[in-house]
Design a protein. Structure first.
Length: 214
């Protein structure tokens, strides 16, 4: 067994890392797959983790469209002086690059939204904080929230915590999330799986979505 397997076994032995499983009404949440993280020269460029996750997410997005489930995107944008970013932009000054005028806030071309998709602008890590996401999902009677995007240690983790706290089954396909460095990426995948949602393979999610395809 690997160290990861030993840790997982220890968590389960002590009553952590239970399974939430898939529900009956899923949505796909595409978190901050924006050009800021995939464009060389951007202060937020995070290769290879994020570009690899974008590539791995393409078949999943196609499967979600074939299944006709709701697809919701998030991006991040601030006023030119960053005043609407509060302490967050003070802690992460690189975020000041993400103004409404910047091409870096656009969703990556490989996963571009379609006219019927919803795009939510957020200011902080969680896709739920200060947005209408929870109300929208509740109105759509969603019970399962499949999360892809970046970064694993920031917006994915924060959204997973809030998603669980709002009563959704959080599912994170591990190949479809990325971070700047492998250490925080792996640590936060482990933590999400231990406490907030199920971290699974993308193949498991693809198999689940097949039942909804026409």
């Amino acid at each position: 067994m690997t160290d990861y397997d030993h840790l997982t076994a220890d968590y389960r032995r002590h009553g952590l890392a239970g399974r939430v499983g898939f529900g009956t009404s899923p949505a796909l949440l595409v978190i901050d797959f924006i050009k800021a993280y995939t464009t060389p020269g951007s202060p937020l460029y995070a290769a290879p983790g994020v570009p690899d996750a974008v590539r791995a997410s393409q078949p999943l997005l196609a499967a979600a469209r074939a299944a006709a489930i709701p697809i919701i995107y998030t991006t991040v944008a601030y006023a030119s002086d960053g005043r609407d970013g509060g302490i967050f932009v003070q802690k992460v000054p690189a975020l000041r690059q993400l103004t409404h005028e910047s091409p870096l806030i656009a969703i990556v071309d490989e996963l571009a939204p379609q006219p019927d998709d919803l795009v939510i602008e957020k200011k902080y890590a969680s896709a739920f904080f200060g947005t209408h996401l929870a109300a929208t999902l509740t109105a759509l009677r969603i019970d399962t929230l499949i999360m892809i995007g970046c970064s694993t240690s920031g917006c994915i983790r924060a959204s997973a915590v809030d998603g669980m706290q709002h009563g959704f089954r959080v599912i994170v396909p591990r190949e479809c999330v990325g971070d700047r460095a492998p250490e925080p990426h792996l640590a936060n995948l482990f933590d999400i799986d231990g406490k907030y949602g199920d971290v699974v393979s993308v193949s498991e999610v693809l198999a689940y979505l097949q039942q909804f395809a026409g």
